[in-house]
Design a protein around this ligand. Structure first.
Ligand code: ADP
Ligand code: MG
Length: 378
């Protein structure tokens, strides 16, 4: 199937070509017609399988540029992800010459500037539910003209911390004419239940089921106090282009970054507590390659798409299988290959076994030998 078969107009097809995108991914084949048909959609597809364009393309097709009003809202769980989606929308707009405007509406950023941008009447509003709601209440965003609400990283957005904000935003739009689209690499039963309360007659869209096959998984065993040196050994052995390493306890990220920097690594950390401009700088440095190691918490890296991440390290074993899935999914994106290494202590082995079953993957026992990561036959 190609984009023509999906009724994607020529200018968008040509625009996508400029980004070397010529064929739709499976989830794009599924979501595009359903969204064009006006359905409420619940889409599940693995990390890195192209969910962003799966919703941006139909939003572009449906948007009426002659109407200078907000027609779609995209909600994301983090500012960084909102920025990434915004950039993808801007790129598609430029490359296709569609004239569709987007605006980034996120908390912690200058509200006056956002209001200024909203005066240009962008068709697509992308951001966090809190700030979007605030601007709807201030009548800077007209919610009654909104036709589609997209909830990216839906399992996260529909959890107990975020569901109310999402609900509030949806409530401001017109029930009869609105379409709600939720997407994630993992939709738990609870998240699906919440999603259904927001939709009329949802249809399912399934993309890639299995974790990307380009990812090789390992675990290595050491003492807790040896984790830092193990991380350094892994990086020295694999020599990755870019690495994201995850820590369970956000509070310890700063300290870890300091220690690694002391050892001469080009490293930065992203975590909720860091100031917004600091987070932004770290993300930019990592994208540009000024740093090649990013220490992150689970939430911070949700959905982020960095070119060239070929290694993910779990400094701590993730607390749930879905966390493992989303962490690992920062690599092996869009058919590329990558290595995931979990640094564990002996008591953590049970989690490895559990995640192998839950995610249908093989996590090999690895060992550092003569400076290289090798598979250990147990
Ligand atoms: P997901 O949201 O499913 O995790 P993304 O939307 O972030 O994945 O896309 C992952 C990467 O794949 C991005 O760099 C994107 O530009 C690229 N991509 C998306 N669709 C296609 C396609 N049809 N062909 C090639 N690359 C694509
Ligand atoms: Mg995504």
């Amino acid at each position: 199937m190609n984009f023509q078969d999906l009724n994607v107009p020529n200018e968008i097809i040509e625009g996508l070509k400029k980004q070397n995108i010529t064929l739709p991914t499976k989830i794009q084949e599924e979501v595009i017609p359903k969204m064009l048909n006006g359905d409420d959609v619940a889409a599940v597809s693995q990390t890195g399988s192209g969910k962003t364009l799966a919703y941006l393309i139909p939003l572009f097709i449906k948007a009426d540029v002659s109407l200078r009003s907000t027609q779609a809202i995209v909600l994301t769980p983090t500012h960084e992800l909102a920025v990434q989606v915004y950039r993808q929308a801007e790129l598609l707009s430029k490359n296709s010459g569609s004239g569709i405007k987007s605006v980034l509406v996120i908390g912690g950023a200058n509200i006056a500037r956002q209001i200024e941008k909203l005066r240009e009447k962008p068709q697509i509003v992308i951001g966090s539910s809190g700030r979007i709601l605030e601007l709807i209440k201030k009548r800077k965003i007209q919610a009654h003209t909104v036709k589609t609400i997209v909830i990216d990283e839906a399992d996260r957005m529909l959890d107990k911390y975020n569901i109310n904000g999402v609900r509030e935003v949806i409530k401001t739009t017109l029930k009869d004419s609105r379409q709600v689209v939720v997407l994630s690499a993992s939709l738990s039963k609870e998240a699906m239940k919440e999603a259904k309360t927001l939709m009329k007659a949802p249809v399912k869209a399934n993309g890639e089921k299995e974790m990307p096959s380009g990812i090789k998984h390992f675990y290595v065993v050491c003492e807790k106090r040896e984790k830092l040196i193990m991380l350094r050994k892994i990086i020295a052995g694999i020599k990755p282009e870019k690495t994201i390493a995850f820590i369970n306890d956000e509070q310890t990220i700063g300290e870890f970054v300091e220690k690694l920097r002391y050892h001469g690594l080009k490293v930065g950390g992203i975590y909720g507590e860091a100031k917004k401009f600091e987070r932004k700088k770290v993300i930019e440095d990592f994208r540009r390659g000024n740093i090649n190691l990013l220490i992150s918490s689970d939430i911070s890296a949700r959905g982020l798409d960095f070119e060239g991440v070929d290694c993910v390290v779990n400094i701590d074993v993730p607390e749930e299988a879905v966390f493992y899935q989303h962490r690992a999914g920062r690599t092996g994106r869009n058919g590329k290959s990558g290595t995931v290494v979990s640094i564990i202590t002996t008591v953590d082995k049970k989690w490895i076994n559990r995640y192998e079953r839950a995610l249908n993957i093989k996590i090999n026992h690895g060992k550092m030998s003569f400076g290289k990561l090798i598979e250990f036959a147990d």
